[in-house]
Design a protein around this ligand. Structure first.
Ligand SMILES: [Fe+2]
Ligand SMILES: [Fe+2]
Ligand SMILES: [Fe+2]
Length: 483
């Protein structure tokens, strides 16, 4: 029987075989709603894009000077997720609009001020509050609303992008809530409460992250950001890194000594991995101090930064799973990130990084480390070295794409990296004379504890190892008298 009205027809309309309609996207009733226009959808995407980009930047900007190791690692991860979502938002905008896309434009001055205030917050607790209690939940709400209001069929690619972003933002929310519980008292200080209120007010002036709220008519004012942000390039560590200038044990000299046993080499590799914490500290300085590169530069380097943070955590897991109390027994220094950040330009730092990483590719580099882990029959170490190697191959590609391409030739790119590393003054003697470290040999106690725990007879050569970085660099090149 013919329906009496279109709405009745819509209600009774059935797909064949009772299959889910519209490829499972939703019902015909939902699909019959108007949904956002392309213009409205693009405008919101641009604001999500701006929020992700600013979050990425401010997380990266605080990695180096943040002393708490766990936060350094979490900022690295969250910055990586934000960089990926920034890219996804850009991609979706570029599918709907022709260039110029206007993605570098600030969507609202109060929104810019909002992120500036978090960036310049003078204490870790305030920064965490700004990111995880105000900015991230506001962004999550904006993404949810965008999913709800965009057309389920016409704008499915946007809904997909927003859903994926929402999933990753969920990780930031969960971590952030735990971090706030761990580091802030339930009774917020007056300064913290006032800061959160100020931030919410800035968001209200901007009409929310996505600009869908009526804009609060009020003058936006700078407080913390009245003095412009200055990147702090000096790495800081917490109490589990009690001897950060100690260069008493040359890990590479040990690893490439054919006479040393594989299980002791695995232990040394856990140290090398954990010491990679200095690469995010250094790369954060390149990312923060390099302006005007294409977005993909920041995206690739952020991925690399996050990989290096993962490598550091692999080292931590290696020690913990072997029962080693690493903060007591392993002296993880920051002399490399400190020297590069304070003595070289961002491009020179990138040159050194590229020089070191392309040196890891020949046979005795990452392949050697992986083979050592196989020879030691340590399955966990084998997994770690396998992926460490794969990641480093990717990094060599990033190096070619963003550093070598900027140099006259690949050969000059390598030799410039070598020169830059050679000119870095790692002040071995000065650190000792000024009482910053005695460069003591911590390996001896670590190896002996490892053998005791695992009921192994110490290998005499491994136990006696005592080669430092005083005269030999990590690529086993001799350090000249000048530095
Ligand atoms: Fe690395
Ligand atoms: Fe690595
Ligand atoms: Fe790397």
């Amino acid at each position: 029987m013919p329906s009496s009205s279109p709405s009745e027809f819509l209600l009774n309309y059935k797909p064949s075989h009772d299959l889910p309609p519209l490829a499972g996207l939703g019902s015909f009733s939902e699909a019959s709603q108007r949904g956002l226009s392309v213009e409205e959808s693009v405008t919101r995407l641009k604001r999500h894009h701006y929020a992700f980009k600013r979050l990425h930047h401010l997380l990266i900007a605080h990695i180096t000077a943040q002393p708490i190791y766990e936060l350094k690692m979490a900022f690295s991860y969250h910055a990586y997720l934000c960089a990926e979502q920034t890219t996804a938002m850009r991609d979706r905008v570029s599918e709907m609009r022709e260039p110029p896309l206007g993605l570098d434009r600030v969507p609202h001055p109060a929104l810019e001020l909002f992120f500036d205030e978090i960036l310049c917050a003078p204490a870790t607790e305030l920064m965490l509050l700004g990111i995880y209690e105000v900015a991230v939940p506001a962004l999550a709400n904006a993404l949810e609303l965008h999913i709800k209001e965009s057309h389920i069929l016409a704008d499915q690619p946007t809904r997909r992008a927003c859903r994926s972003a929402l999933g990753e933002i969920g990780e930031l929310l969960d971590y952030g809530q735990s971090a706030l519980r761990a580091l802030l008292s339930a009774n917020r200080s007056l300064e913290q409460t006032q800061f959160a209120t100020r931030l919410r007010e800035l968001l209200a002036i901007a009409g929310g992250i996505d600009g869908t709220e009526p804009e609060l008519a009020k003058q936006a004012e700078r407080h913390f950001s009245a003095t412009p942000f200055k990147f702090d390039s000096k790495p800081r560590r917490d109490g589990r890194f009690p001897d950060p200038y100690n260069m008493g044990i040359n890990a590479e000299a040990f690893l490439y000594d054919a006479g040393m046993p594989a299980d002791a080499k695995v232990l040394m590799m856990f140290y090398k991995r954990l010491r990679e914490i200095d690469v995010p500290e250094m790369m954060a300085s390149i990312l923060t101090e390099t302006e005007c590169k294409p977005w993909d530069y920041y995206r690739d380097l952020t991925r690399q930064l996050w990989d290096e943070a993962r490598h550091a955590m692999m080292g931590e897991v290696g020690f913990v799973s072997a029962g080693i109390d690493w903060p007591r027994l392993v002296m993880v220094n920051y002399t490399w990130s400190l020297a590069l950040n304070t003595q070289l330009t961002p491009k020179e730092r990138h040159a050194v990084l590229y020089y070191i990483e392309q040196g890891l590719m020949p046979k005795n580099g990452k392949r050697h480390e992986w083979e050592v882990s196989l020879a030691s029959r340590n399955e966990l170490a084998s997994t770690f070295q396998d992926f460490d190697w794969a990641d480093e191959v990717l990094h060599a590609r990033f190096g070619r794409d963003w550093y070598v391409s900027d140099m006259p030739s690949p050969r000059e790119a390598v030799s410039f990296g070598d020169q830059c590393w050679s000119k870095v003054l790692v002040n071995w003697e000065g650190y000792r004379e000024s009482g910053l470290t005695d460069h003591h040999n911590w390996w001896e106690a670590l190896y002996s504890e490892f053998c005791r725990l695992h009921k192994k007879t110490p290998d005499p050569a491994a136990a006696a190892f005592n080669q430092s970085y005083q005269h030999i660099r990590a690529d086993l090149k001799e350090i000249s008298a000048s530095g």
